[in-house]
Every structure is written in structure tokens, then in C-alpha cells.
Design a protein around this ligand. Structure first.
Ligand SMILES: [Zn+2]
Length: 437
């Protein structure tokens, strides 16, 4: 189902006109109400009246995660606090969190965006939407919740954790849609497999909306098979509002961006220049409707490309191609660029291994070490190392050939790698960078 055909299927020329109109308004607000943007634009010699078309967006300054932290908590806000209705914040691995504030209009627009994604799974009255994203400062829980409400569905706010109870409620309340991180969904699927009382085929679950971390096709296939569902990717980031900046349609061929609200660009992360249409680079977003905290050209660090062709689903909204990783998550090990998501993608090629993994990077005798913990599935596991050899060799060869680096692979017993209830943590980088960076 297409929730808002007028916006999702708008002819591209018309969409450009709407984007131009909204960009001009956003830039004017930023210049007049947010000293941070006035300073940046003055320094570049740009005035709001220089922006007359959406193409002029490349003249505008970028915003980075560091800018958001420097302006913590409300330095980027364009409205008085009396107009703010909610505050969210990302957990942030170091230092101050990234803050997002919302007017009532912002909250309504956000619910609309999430509703567009949920509508792909035909969510409506009578559907029980189990929201197993964390509720709280994290945008996942309340974001998915408000989207489900917008469609008239039944909201089941289980939040994350307490997996036994999640599964019991899923069965007893007849959950039809699950919203959570893909890693938590996988954990729930494993719990269902082990359960004596709950069987996946007896659940009413038919669709899952998974996001907040990158996931591979292997994980998708695994979730679809284990939970008997269609697994839909929901994309978003706190800086732009939260989940629902875009989402997949039923064809799962890229992630549609709700372009009437968020304008995506791809830039070369080195030169900061726009790349040619369709080329890979860093994804950048400008908010076109946000009132409380409008953001110009936010550098997401996500590496991907944009697909402009009209989709088979009828939507004209541009699609984000596969996200290859985040430039932030990239590990440089012995001079080689390694994305943790590559490891996951390789693991899912081998049926004997579970997709769970943990990478430990360290530096010993001036050389980087790369240790990879993996798990065999219960039916393939044996405590006898000799019996593990037939499994480990092909995996090791594949890792070496794809990544160009030799890991120390350790096989652990089933279910010994810690499962996550929120965003999965896959890496411990113990190296001390302070000496050489
Ligand atoms: Zn589509």
C-alpha cells in the first residue's frame, strides 16, 4: 500500500519545485534564527537570496556530528523552547549525545514518514505492531510507535529486552508486525527456535521493520525464513528526526527517501564535491520541513549511491543503494580498510556458521592483530578441534580473499557470543591511537 501517493509518486520535476520552495524557506530560517549557520554562511560569502533552486544546495555549508556536539544542547535550534514538544538524544559512544528537538509539526511529519514505511507492509487497523526498539531518548521506540498510531494500528510498546516475555506476548496478543534492530530480531528468532511452547509458524507475524544498524541480505534471508515474515529495511538517523527518513518498498531494491522532507546528496568524502549521478560516496541530507532543528547538508558518513530511476512499485522517490558501511566504522588493520559488515556478509554464505561474530583488534609488537570470534550452529558444532577444521578452512580462505587480510579465527560454542537487545556491538578496537594519530 502507498500511504501518500501525492508525495511518494510525485513527478520528479514537480518534486524539484517543491524541494526548491522548501529549501529556500529552510535556508532563510537557518540564516535568521541559527547563529551557527549565519556564521558559516557569512564566512563563505553566501546569503539566503543566493539560493534560488534546489541545485544551489551545493553552495551551502556542511554540518557534521562534531558541529552538533559543539552546539550541544540547543545551539542549532531555530524556535523558542515554548514551541518545542519533545527532545530526543542519541546515545553517542563518546562525549555528549546528539540532541534532536521537535515542534508539534515536526512530530506529525515524523509520524507521517514512519507511516509511509509501515504502509509498505499494509499496516492498518487491527494490526498489532510490536515495537521492540528501546523507548526513551533513542528515537527508535517512540518513532515507530507514532508511525503505527498514524495508520490506526494497535501499538504494543514492549521496548527492548526481556526476550522470553516479548515472545510470549507476540504469541498471546497476535503480533502481526515487529519493529526492532535486525540483530535483536535475530536474537528473538533464535529464542523462538529454542522455545518448547512457541513455534514461528503458529505466530501471526507477517512483516518486520528493521533498522538503526546496517544489515546484510544474509541476515534478511535468515530473518524471513526463521520468522516467516517479509523483512523491510527502515532507514533513519536522529539528526534528521529518527527512523523513517526512508524505507524499502516490497521490491527491496534500495531504500526510498521521502524527498519532500529530506534532500539526499552524495559527495566525495575527500574533496567534498558532489559525485556524478549514481556514483558511490558519502550520503548527505538536508531537512526540508524541520522547524525546531533544521539541518543543512548533514554528513551521515554512510557510504552508498543514489538510484534515480522510477521504481517498479510506482514511487518516484529516489532510492539509496546498499549502504556499504560507515566511514566511521571502517577499521584500518595493517593498512587495509575493513568494514565489519563484510565479515557478516561472508559468514552468511556459510550455512554451518551463525551470523554472530565479534572482532577484536589490537597491536602487538608494532603489528595489528585481527581476531575474529565466530559460532558454529548447534548441529555442526563439536568440541573436538579436528572436527571443526573442515568448516574453518573455507571460511578462512574466503575472509582472506575478500578482505585481503588474514584474521585469527576462533570457533566458539553455539550461543556464546553476546546477543544485543539494541544496536549490536561487533568490534573491540584495543589499539591506542593517541601515539600515532
Ligand atoms: Zn519501490
Amino acid at each position: 500500500m502507498i500511504h501518500n501517493p501525492a508525495m511518494e509518486c510525485m513527478p520528479r520535476e514537480e518534486m524539484r519545485k517543491l524541494q526548491t520552495e522548501r529549501l529556500i524557506k529552510t535556508v532563510k530560517t537557518c540564516y535568521e534564527k541559527v547563529p551557527f549557520y549565519k556564521r558559516k554562511m557569512d564566512k563563505m560569502g553566501i546569503k539566503p537570496e543566493d539560493i534560488t533552486s534546489i541545485d544551489d544546495i551545493t553552495k551551502l555549508p556542511f554540518t557534521t556530528k562534531y558541529d552538533l556536539r559543539d552546539e550541544y544542547p540547543f545551539g542549532l535550534q531555530a524556535v523558542p523552547m515554548s514551541e518545542v514538544r519533545r527532545i530526543h538524544a542519541s546515545s553517542g559512544t563518546t562525549g555528549k549525545p546528539v540532541v534532536g528537538t521537535y515542534t508539534q509539526n515536526d512530530l506529525d511529519n515524523w509520524a507521517e514518514c514512519v507511516a509511509r514505511v509501515l504502509a509498505v507492509g499494509d499496516i492498518g487497523p487491527g494490526d498489532v505492531v510490536q515495537v521492540s526498539y528501546g523507548y526513551g531518548l533513542f528515537t527508535g521506540g517512540l518513532g515507530a510507535h507514532d508511525g503505527a498510531a498514524k495508520l490506526g494500528a494497535i501499538q504494543l510498546p514492549t521496548s527492548s529486552g526481556n526476550s522470553e516475555k516479548q515472545i510470549m506476548l507476540m504469541q498471546d496478543f497476535g503480533t502481526t508486525a515487529l519493529c526492532c534492530t535486525p540483530s535483536y530480531a535475530l536474537h528473538l528468532a533464535e529464542c523462538i527456535e529454542k522455545s518448547d511452547t512457541v513455534k514461528a509458524e503458529n505466530l501471526k507475524l507477517r512483516v518486520g521493520f528493521f533498522g538503526a544498524e546496517p544489515w546484510t541480505w544474509g541476515i534478511r534471508r535468515e530473518l524471513e525464513k526463521k520468522l516467516h515474515i517479509k523483512a523491510i529495511d527502515i532507514y533513519g538517523l536522529t539528526e534528521m528526526s529518527g527512523p523513517g527518513v526512508g524505507g524499502e518498498c516490497q521490491y527491496q531494491d534500495g531504500t526510498h527517501v521521502w524527498e519532500d522532507m529530506f534532500y539526499p546528496e552524495i559527495i566525495n568524502p575527500e574533496t567534498l564535491e558532489p559525485v556524478a549521478p549514481g556514483e558511490q560516496g558519502e550520503l548527505v541530507f538536508t531537512s526540508l520541513c524541520k522547524e525546531a532543528m533544521p539541518i543543512l547538508r548533514y554528513r551521515t558518513r554512510d557510504l552508498t549511491h543514489l538510484i534515480y530511476e522510477k521504481c517498479r512499485c510506482g514511487r518516484t522517490a529516489v532510492r539509496i543503494g546498499k549502504i556499504l558501511g560507515r566511514s566511521d566504522d571502517m577499521l584500518i588493520i595493517r593498512g587495509v580498510n575493513v568494514f565489519p559488515s563484510q565479515v557478516e556478509a561472508i559468514l552468511t554464505e556459510f550455512p554451518a556458521f551463525s551470523p554472530q561474530y565479534f572482532i577484536t583488534v589490537d597491536r602487538k609488537n608494532h603489528e595489528d592483530t585481527f581476531d575474529l570470534d565466530v559460532e558454529l550452529r548447534p548441529e555442526f558444532f563439536s568440541p573436538n578441534p579436528a572436527k571443526q577444521m573442515p568448516f574453518i578452512k573455507p571460511l578462512y580462505d574466503r575472509l582472506c580473499s575478500v578482505m585481503g587480510i588474514k584474521p585469527n579465527v576462533h570457533i566458539l560454542p553455539p550461543n556464546s557470543i553476546q546477543r544485543s537487545t539494541g544496536k549490536a556491538k561487533h568490534v573491540n578496537d584495543k589499539r591506542d591511537f593517541s601515539n600515532w594519530r
